[in-house]
Design a protein around this ligand. Structure first.
Ligand SMILES: [Zn+2]
Ligand SMILES: [Zn+2]
Length: 352
């Protein structure tokens, strides 16, 4: 079958080629991949800058598909069902993190698309316990954004205590930023989205998706403007979704005393912050990494209830052979989510 492979360590070293079709174990299912999202993680793997990966490996962890084969010990699933999948192929089940429900932090965790073969292929095998049905109303293209949405739901629901009177800043209006924005708006908070001049289209989309205000970081006195927008105090919370060092530094000047800062985007390099500010302003600084299973159910509930809009964030779909086109669009910050459609590759299907 066709697959997109990181064939050895180092920058680049990715190509589309032929690999063996996966053979499933008794507790696994084989998915026919209908959509695989290109994520910041895939770009980190392409550049080899900060993300652990075990080449040779097929990329892709944001997947939607149909069930093609079912292992002999799997119950409750039928051939042809439309599903999305959690990303951990293996966790140890014994360590402190696994035992406390934090399997995203397990040292032995192997995820599809980095630790084991992933979804940028015609087929991918996953443990049946990772499967979720998704609402009829969503296309396969939209459904492969479930995983990034779960990351954002975890970031907002688990790592913050938002109230309707809060003013929240989101930095970075890419897919993760605009999904995070939509989750924050569920709490009724005033929300400001920050981006660069290059992000004009994305910032306009932020307004369409519910942002109360947008700001270009190149403009004067962003800190003063955020303060003015937030009862004269500064933001109650920041969700840093770009991973940019400049955005991380700027964020430290945008928050009120006692505010909570959450790092959602993965910085590709070390980002120094002034710990003096953290002490004197009593900031809480938190990170959020990937997803815990509990947030998958919550996310699918939000999608079923129509609380989050995914379709406006879908920008392009390309075949496995055209992977560079999709990756380059993602690198250049064009549009939002770019996906790989291994089977059809004829572009985004028009929904209702
Ligand atoms: Zn992802
Ligand atoms: Zn573990």
């Amino acid at each position: 079958m066709k697959a997109l492979i990181k064939y050895q360590p180092g920058a680049g070293n990715v190509r589309a080629g032929e690999v063996e079709k996966p053979v499933i174990g008794p507790e696994e299912v084989l998915l026919k991949v209908m959509g695989a999202g290109i994520c910041g993680t895939d770009l980190h793997i392409l550049r080899d800058d900060s993300y652990p990966v075990r080449p040779p490996v097929t990329l892709g962890h944001e997947v939607s598909g149909t069930i093609e084969e079912i292992g002999e010990k799997v119950h409750g699933w039928e051939l042809g069902e439309r599903v999305v999948s959690e990303t951990y192929y293996h966790t140890c089940g014994k360590c402190f993190f696994c035992k406390t429900g934090n399997i995203n932090l397990c040292e032995e965790k192997l995820s599809i698309g980095s630790g084991v073969d992933g979804a940028m292929a015609e087929y991918v095998k996953v443990p049946s316990k990772n499967l979720h049905r998704f609402p009829e109303s969503l296309s396969f293209e939209e459904a492969c954004m479930t995983e990034p949405l779960v990351c954002c739901v975890q970031a907002v629901f688990q790592h913050s205590r938002l109230s309707p009177e809060d003013c929240v800043v989101v930095t970075g209006p890419g897919t993760i930023g605009l999904l995070t924005l939509q989750v924050i708006k569920l709490f009724g908070c005033r929300t400001i989205v920050l981006g660069t001049k290059k992000d004009e289209k994305r910032l306009n989309m932020a307004l369409e998706l519910g942002a109360d205000e947008i700001m270009y970081v190149e403009e004067e006195d962003i800190a003063g403007r955020v303060r003015k927008s937030s009862r004269g105090l500064g933001a109650d919370a920041v969700f840093e979704c770009s991973g940019s060092v400049a955005a991380i530094r700027l964020s430290m000047d945008l928050m009120r005393k006692g505010a909570c800062y959450t790092q959602v985007g993965i910085p590709g390099r070390e980002a120094a912050i002034d710990m003096g500010k953290v002490v004197l302003r009593e900031y809480t600084i938190r990170g959020t990494y990937a997803t815990r299973p509990i947030w998958w159910d919550k996310t699918l509930e939000l999608l079923r209830d129509g609380k989050i809009r995914l379709k406006p964030l879908l920008s392009s779909a390309c075949s496995l052979e055209e992977w560079e086109k999709g990756f380059n669009s993602a690198i250049d910050g064009e549009g939002f989510k770019h996906i790989i459609v291994p089977v059809r590759g004829e572009g985004i299907t028009e929904g209702e």
